[in-house]
Write a protein that binds this ligand. Structure first.
Ligand SMILES: [Zn+2]
Ligand SMILES: [Zn+2]
Length: 776
């Protein structure tokens, strides 16, 4: 092939890798297993740039490990149940799940998934992600459901799961409970209104941003040392408009400096209210129903926002507002839909996590975090936990909670293991105690309850792999969910760590800001692959340190593509010079070849260390510099003449060095640029090397154990560069003849390399004296 044709090569090699099962895990191998707890991406139309970025980065490390150690288990899964999938299916089918029966909606989800999953997964193959796609799972497939339900039953039997009626975080838009980890802060404008309550016939002023909760007020709190309110503690206050009375209670949590110092406690405005009501055993007065609308009285049917507006109007008309000011404050919204969350009293299932914070911290500390600073995010999250893990969801498309209840004797009935996976709605059961028909649980498990078991699900696909896995790659925004919950589950089930290492990637930005489809800055990896090819995209993704964000800039793709072409053309050139090379080793290496190979050794050493420490961006930079500057610009030029003009050992020495250095360079960059390196390997090296793919060949070893203490090679390169500058200055071609005068100290340093210097600079003679380049 004359010019490197990205598209043609990539299509051909993808087929080759798949049919020859290059990345297939060999459970029978004696080599130690390197296992990866691959992130299963949410299935959607096509891969987005953030995924192209982070999956490339994990693939760099995994490809390196495959060449370095040998036996890699790199399965591929898709996450395709729970809210994100439901919302996606609702959107593309223009329907609402709540207006369909559960079974009809599940059928629609499965049908939609079946249609779109193959194209979606193809995106990862196109990017060159070296997963074993035959070790595939979906988090909603039968096997995953079974493992997830088994986990529920195990934890229930261990007393780690309980069911409780509890004011839980509720999303009125998605109509389901959500977990603390799904909250996001959003800065929103609000009105801070000082409202007139009555106590002893006098005004009692209370400031609030949530007047719609007046009807849910159950108490007024004041601080015990608050002089202004001392005399009213123990009395009752009348709630404006609603005209019922609530107790005035002294509580340390009231801040005398906030608002008027008196605060209303409602069921439920926030987490604080939930605690306060529990602490004082107050009777909740719940006014919002699950739809987010008021359930009774004059404001019945109004949504939170409507009620807020109407009540403020009514207060104003009755002159019950003392003052109002506009503020901006952070409110909790649901991360999936941006809706302000509410607290609603519902019956939910929880996994106990609050009682084991110290265990989560010590388990987290035992894992190697890359970069190390990411551990802090984990620790902060654990320390800030305020709720047990709520795992039930009022949704359709998820793993069913495998439970039935007996209304009469309150018995909870679980299925046997051989019944799994089970949908309780599909199976009638009788209570073993009272023989009454039992009621199936309608809720499904939160998707994290299943994806927290990816190590267990993945290891069920093969023999010879179990926890702890070698590596968990993931993004930093799901440390608090995916990483945390996986650590929790592995501990609760097996008292083990899920993995030894976790690598955490950053985000893609455009002009320093997060990519977003709505802002029009979403860039499709598919388009980039079309234009620049996978190697160029991956080259770009290797451009920032692990964990750091990386700006998307087209010029980096151009640089990547240039590197691909240069690698291809340099290889072509090298093998033109190796036509008569019979793989012999010279009896003695020429000095310059030996020095060059020592430099190559240094490169191998450093790149190996970089990959071992997850520092692929420096690995790329090292190879980049060596390849362009030392290999192409200098070494190729130095040996060219010798290969043309010499015979015997002098020539063989150069050919030996060329063959081995190019093979090493190509291998060192193969984890980052798998396509062009494979193509070069297949075209030029495979005949001699025999191994069927570069990606399962051995990682280069350092041959020259001794470090070169001589800097003569560097001096040589330095001189060459200076002489070229002189030629450029004189506007002469690089091959013009010269007479060269070197400083004595430089001359001494390169005295064994003078012939090479002559060859490469076309110098007729070299003298000593003041540095001078005489150009003819
Ligand atoms: Zn929502
Ligand atoms: Zn019963």
């Amino acid at each position: 092939m004359e010019n490197y044709n990205t598209k043609e090569v990539e299509e051909k090699l993808k087929k080759f890798w798949e049919t020859d099962k290059i990345y297939k895990f060999n459970s029978g191998s004696k080599k130690p297993v390197y296992s990866v707890d691959t992130p299963p991406p949410y299935v959607s139309g096509e891969m987005h740039m953030g995924h192209a970025f982070s999956y490339s980065q994990q693939d760099f490390i995994i490809r390196f490990q495959r060449m370095f150690k040998g036996n890699v288990f790199y399965p591929f899964g898709t996450d395709d149940n729970g809210l994100p999938t439901e919302r996606y299916v609702e959107k593309i089918n223009k329907i609402k799940s709540k207006s369909m029966s559960r079974s009809a909606f599940i059928d629609l989800c499965l049908k939609t998934l079946k249609e779109m999953t193959p194209t979606f997964v193809q995106g990862y193959k196109d990017l060159g992600i070296s997963a074993d796609y035959s070790a595939y799972y979906s988090t909603i497939d039968k096997n995953s459901q079974k493992i997830s339900q088994k986990s529920f039953i195990d934890l229930f039997n261990k007393g780690e799961i309980y069911k409780k009626e509890f004011p839980t975080l509720w999303c009125p838009e998605c109509q389901t409970t959500i977990a603390q980890a799904e909250l996001e802060d959003k800065e929103l404008p609000s009105l801070f209104s000082t409202i007139k309550f009555k106590c002893d016939g006098k005004d009692l002023l209370i400031a609030t941003t949530r007047p719609e909760l007046l009807g849910a007020c159950v108490a007024i709190f004041v601080h015990p040392t608050d002089k202004k309110h001392k005399t009213i503690i123990g009395k009752k206050a009348k709630v404006p408009i609603f005209d019922f009375e609530v107790p005035i209670i002294a509580d340390n949590s009231a801040d005398p400096d906030k608002g008027t110092g008196a605060m209303m406690v409602c069921s439920y405005g926030d987490k604080y209210d939930v605690d306060a009501i529990n602490r004082h055993k107050l009777n909740p007065r719940v006014i919002f129903e699950k739809s987010g609308r008021i359930n009774s009285g004059k404001y019945k049917g109004l949504s939170v926002k409507e009620a807020r507006k109407k009540i403020l109007e009514d207060l104003k008309n009755e002159n019950l507002i003392k003052e109002q000011k506009e503020i901006s404050h952070a409110v909790n919204v649901h991360d999936k839909c941006g809706t302000e969350i509410e607290f609603i009293l519902t019956e939910q299932w929880f996994i106990k996590i609050l009682d084991k914070k110290d265990i989560w911290i010590s388990q987290g500390k035992k894992i190697n975090w890359h970069p190390e600073a990411m551990y802090k995010r984990y620790e902060n999250w654990v320390n800030g936990l305020e709720w047990d893990w709520s795992i039930s969801r009022e949704r359709h498309f998820g793993v069913p909670i495998p439970v039935w209840f007996c209304e009469k004797c309150k018995e909870i009935i679980l299925p046997k293991e051989n019944e799994l996976p089970v949908d309780p709605l599909q199976i009638k059961k009788k209570c073993p105690k009272c023989k009454q028909e039992v009621i199936p649980e309608e809720k499904v498990l939160d998707t994290w309850a299943t994806s927290s078991l990816t190590p267990q699900i993945a290891s069920s696909l093969t023999k010879g792999v179990g926890i702890p896995f070698s590596l968990r790659p993931q993004a930093h925004d799901i440390i608090r969910t995916w990483a945390f919950y996986t650590i929790v589950k592995s501990y609760l089930h097996e008292k083990k760590l899920p993995w030894g290492n976790i690598m955490v990637s950053g985000y893609v930005t455009v002009g320093g800001v997060g990519m977003s489809k709505s802002k029009g800055t979403g860039i499709s990896p598919k388009k980039v692959l079309e234009e620049y090819g996978a190697d160029a995209l991956r080259y770009w993704a290797a451009g920032s340190k692990l964990g750091s964000d990386l700006d998307y800039q087209e010029k980096d793709l151009v640089t990547g593509k240039k590197f691909v072409n240069k690698l291809w053309n340099a290889s072509k050139f090298v093998f033109m010079n190796l036509k008569d090379y019979k793989m012999e080793k010279p009896k003695k290496l020429e000095k310059v070849d030996e020095l060059f190979l020592m430099n190559l050794d240094k490169l191998i050493k450093s790149v190996t260390y970089r990959f071992e420490t997850y520092d692929y961006s420096k690995a790329r930079a090292d190879v980049d510099d060596f390849f362009w500057r030392i290999f192409c610009d200098n070494y190729l030029e130095i040996v060219k003449k010798r290969i043309y003009n010499e015979k015997g050992d002098k020539k063989i020495s150069a050919q030996y060095a060329l063959y081995n250095s190019l093979l090493s360079i190509v291998k060192l960059i193969a984890p980052i640029m798998p396509f062009v390196t494979e193509e070069i390997y297949q075209t030029y090296f495979k005949g001699n090397e025999k191994i069927k793919s570069i990606h399962v060949s051995d990682w280069p070893k350092f041959k020259y154990q001794k470090e070169s203490s001589e800097d003569s090679f560097d001096v040589l390169l330095d001189l060459i560069s200076k002489i070229r500058q002189e030629k450029t200055k004189a506007q002469k071609p690089m091959n013009c003849e010269i007479n060269l005068t070197l400083e004595k100290k430089d001359h001494d340093k390169v005295k064994e390399l003078l012939n090479d210097l002559k060859d490469v600079t076309n110098a007729k003679e070299i003298k000593t004296g003041k540095f001078k380049v005489e150009i003819f």
